[in-house]
Design a protein around this ligand. Sequence first.
Ligand code: EPZ
Length: 419
Amino acid sequence: MDKLRIWGGCALEGEVPISGAKNSALPLLAACLLTEEPVTLHRIPQVRDIRTMQELLRLTGAEVHVDGAGAVRVCAARIARPEAPYELVKTMRASSLVLGPLAARTGKARVSLPGGCAIGARPVNLHIAALEQLGARVGQSHGYIEAAAPGGLRGALIHFDRITVTGTEDIMMAAALARGETVIENAAREPEVADLAELLNKMGARIEGAGTSTIRIQGVERLGGATHTIIPDRIEAGTFAIAAAITGGDLTLTGCIPEHLNALIVKLRQAGVEVTVPAEGSLRVRRAGALRAVDVTTEEYPGFATDLQAQFMALMTQADGIALITETIFENRFMHALELNRMGANIRVEGRQAIVAGPRTLTGAQVIASDLRASASLVLAGLVARGETVVDRVYHLDRGYERIEQKLVQAGARIRRES
Ligand code: EPZ
């Protein structure tokens, strides 16, 4: 089990190239199941979750070719086994993204229930209810979701009780091949949803309104192949922006889309961090003076991303004052607070709220990562802590960050991976 050893105290400087978005690559890879023609996706980050999804596609019978430069070519000419087995789904709940495509393409799907993960129960009841509204019969047995739509799916009016990112994506993919029109209300507005719609429309789908709360899909008989470059990872970009702020450094992120980070940019500026857009597709983050404590509440996009909450909490341990952090999306996403306190932070967790009192000098310690973004938070804390921090179980980190320690070393961090 790999660990990262970090010697704190270096201000990060220079340029960091941002990789393709993991949370765009996952639904877009699932969308390849909707056509028997080849689909080529560029800028796919080679991280663990992507390798899991590629394995899942192979298990259904699709051919998946990965070149070394981030291009992945999927050809689902024949789907021999419309299934997502427990062994894979238990490691990545986003596997539920194949439920809609398999049901729409083959008329049946057998997908393991994801079960929970460190940050919460992660139910898929909204995916299932919406798929039933599209005409599928969905049962659950032996830990599996079993969907059947022998006569195909038909369009419907879908209204999600609460905003769900992969629920919106799952149903948009299923509806693309349904007979008639589907309207999704209370849809997720994340940029990854819009990126998926762009690929589907290139494949011949007829989707309007993706990226807004109401999406209209006119179903078509069949979809064809396409080539598409996915959007950059706004969460990776946000993580490195916070890395510049927490180390008092000066980083320029390249190949990103600054407007995907507006909620974070506003908060960083309020905290006293200088954030500028020096050129198209790049973001410069510099912090010279003291940090001010700033309150944050996570919300669905375009609100402050829950996937940046843990990283921002690490930053607030260095800020002057009391920062109130409220997590509204997941029920158990403060595990990193306990580890940060072991490094000397002063964080009190009360239900959905964490109260961070700063500034506090952090000291290096042995810490354990519990989930993908919590591990990023601990790395950030290690970059500013006095002495040596060892972050254990970095396989969590490898799920969603491509070559993170190489990128950090390039920017001047003293960090080493140890097996
Ligand atoms: C996506 O997860 C992301 N994953 C998550 O990123 C992200 O944290 C999350 O959206 C919120 O932005 C991918 O895109 C692959 P949701 P998802 O469905 O779709 C409840 C990361 O770190 N809910 O929007 O699973 C759910 O429990 C990961 O990269 C139901 O109740 O999240 C949660 O409280 C972590 N029933 C809320 O909705 C359902 O059927 C939002 O979940 C579905 C969701």
